[in-house]
Design a protein around this ligand. Structure first.
Ligand code: FAD
Length: 524
């Protein structure tokens, strides 16, 4: 291919977590600064290796399916606008320079991409910039509600308390309007092979089995994301009761389910914000409509916390170096991850995650508290397990929330321990959620399903439940659970408490490749 063939300036847009056309500043900048735009997505083999410490598969089947669907959707939207999407397999920092060599360096005006803030993503950016010496680079901020340049403090001065962050942002920063994207987008340079989208099998994974109990049948792409806004706001009006329902556990309507589209960049938070404001003008404005924005500010907060603290987001001792006696115990961890702890509220949530890739916020708070406070396990086991399975995995929201749950975040006041029995009874009083995910217990009626260990032998026999056989005895029992057992039944302390050998942990960088999870010495 000759260097003169293109007869104009080319901008290459490296897409990663910004898989949308609407409100996409990287694409718009390229459109305004080039004759040809080359949007490219690379399937980076590093995303399909093991997680950092424990070597779980890094991208699980639910997220991969969503990703492939999102790319298919973006490709067809770009095609309709007169462009297309280049797809390659390989490391971004190698694929892009190779591509530039093919099309001729002098034809390429710049390479543009959305800035990321966490280690692995920054490493890729750094390597890319190094390998592109002599080519223009345009980094663009684009994933938060408040733009990085508009928040009323420098990134190293982000407040350590969320409320202060929120109030100062709400008082001192405006949210930028969504961008007007062109109907017709700059075309691809001629003669470029677009490349097929790989299948799940190509990437070594089987498609996940559809589970009819799923909270939401996620399908990737901005088209379905925009449909979800339409339906949750304008169709069902469920946004107007969000504050009352958001702690729910069953079904599609208790919360927005926006997280999955946001994590992949299929929805812009500013687009959601504008729709909330429109809804408030045209239908109703109440605490619930505001609360959706409030939660989006939590999402921003975790991004800015990651920007401030860098690699410490992944440290065992957290953002402030708080030392706790974490342990690693394969038996306890396996029980947690497989939903076989004998604590129904934990098990049901963990089984939902494993079967569907999703878990409610209430569930996440509880299973994280259980892992870190009741079992005392290294919090990163939980974070990496979530990284593997969550369809909406977002590195800042995931690790940020885990740090909070583990009590090693930047706000020590957040170090709360949840009472599994009280939480279960508060948010699932009749036990419907438990019976949905734990068929072994579905003959136990009402809320007593949360505390099967408090039932008499006769009641258990009648329900055909045999603790320790058909369903486990609890692997730990916190004393505070007794106060909240259903109908105050008196339960004996039959559960075994978990032992485990302590093991220190250090920074993310230092522990790379420990391979704890699959190491034979630790396998049962
Ligand atoms: P809604 O209740 O409808 O909230 C609206 C939006 O606000 C969400 O889509 C999300 O973008 C944002 N939001 C709400 N709560 C939080 C929060 N606590 N932190 C950050 N953003 C929030 N969220 C992720 O997007 N990715 C993750 O990997 C992730 N991991 C988590 C791990 C743990 C241990 C915990 C406790 C929470 C985690 N969350 C994560 C936050 C939250 O649980 C999910 O965003 C939420 O449950 C997704 O459902 P939804 O979109 O219906 O939320």
């Amino acid at each position: 291919m000759s260097a003169t063939k293109f007869g104009g300036r080319i901008v290459i847009c490296v897409l990663r977590n910004d898989l949308r056309y609407h409100d996409n500043e990287v694409l718009l900048w390229a459109h305004n600064n080039a004759d040809h735009v080359l949007p490219i997505y690379c399937f980076d083999p590093r995303h399909y290796e093991g997680t950092w410490h424990f070597n779980f598969p890094k991208t699980g089947p639910f997220r991969l399916k969503f990703l492939l669907e999102s790319l298919g959707d973006l490709r067809s939207i770009l095609k309709k606008a007169g462009s297309g999407l280049i797809v390659r397999r390989g490391e971004v920092e190698k694929v892009v320079p190779d591509l530039i060599q093919t099309i001729g360096k002098s034809n390429v005006h710049a390479v543009a991409f959305q800035e990321e803030v966490t280690k692995e993503e920054l490493d890729v950016q750094t390597a890319l910039v190094k390998n592109l010496a002599g080519t223009g680079i345009k980094k663009i901020w684009g994933s938060t509600l408040f733009h990085k340049d508009d928040i009323p403090f420098k990134s190293d001065r982000v407040p350590d308390v969320f409320t202060e962050f929120r109030k100062r942002c709400e008082g001192g920063a405006t949210i930028r309007s969504t961008l007007q994207m062109p109907d017709q987008f700059r075309p691809l340079p001629p003669g470029i092979e677009e490349g097929n989208l790989p299948t799940m099998e190509d990437l070594g994974q089987a498609a996940p089995v559809n589970d009819s109990r799923t909270a939401f049948p996620f399908k990737g792409g901005e088209t379905t994301g925009l449909d979800r806004i339409q339906q949750y706001f304008w169709g069902s009006n469920n946004i107007s009761t969000y504050k009352e329902t958001r702690n729910g556990l069953i079904g599609s309507e208790y919360s927005t389910k926006f997280s999955t589209w946001l994590a992949h960049g299929c929805l812009s938070p500013r687009k959601i914000y504008e729709e909330v404001k429109k809804y408030e003008r045209q239908r109703t404005s109440n605490q619930s409509t505001y609360w959706v924005i409030f939660e989006l500010i939590w999402r921003d907060y975790f991004k800015f916390v990651a920007l401030k603290f860098g690699d410490r987001l992944f440290y065992l001792h957290g953002l402030m170096g708080v030392r706790k006696p974490w342990k690693r115990d394969q038996r306890l961890f396996d029980a947690w991850k497989d939903g076989r702890t004998g604590v129904p509220f934990v098990d049901s949530n963990m089984r939902e995650l494993k079967s569907t890739g999703f878990m409610s916020n209430r569930g996440r708070q509880n299973v994280a508290s259980f892992l870190t406070k009741d079992l005392g396990l290294d919090w990163r086991l939980g974070a990496e397990w979530f990284e593997y399975l969550l369809v909406d995995h977002d590195v800042c929201s995931n690790y940020g929330n885990w740090l909070y749950s583990a009590g090693v975040g930047n706000d020590p006041r957040q170090d709360r321990k949840f009472n599994m029995v009280k939480q279960g009874l508060d948010y699932d009083p009749q036990g419907d959620y438990i019976r949905q995910w734990i068929p072994e217990l579905n003959t136990i009626r009402d809320g007593s399903v949360h505390t099967p260990w408090t039932l008499s032998l006769g009641a258990l026999r009648q329900s055909e439940v045999s603790l320790g056989e058909t369903y486990p005895n609890p692997i730990v029992k916190a004393p505070e659970w007794n106060r909240h057992s259903h109908r105050n039944n008196k339960g004996g302390n039959r559960g075994a408490s978990g032992g485990g050998r302590g093991k220190g942990g250090h920074s993310r960088g230092k522990q790379r490749g420990m391979d704890f999870y699959f190491s034979s010495s630790q396998k049962k």
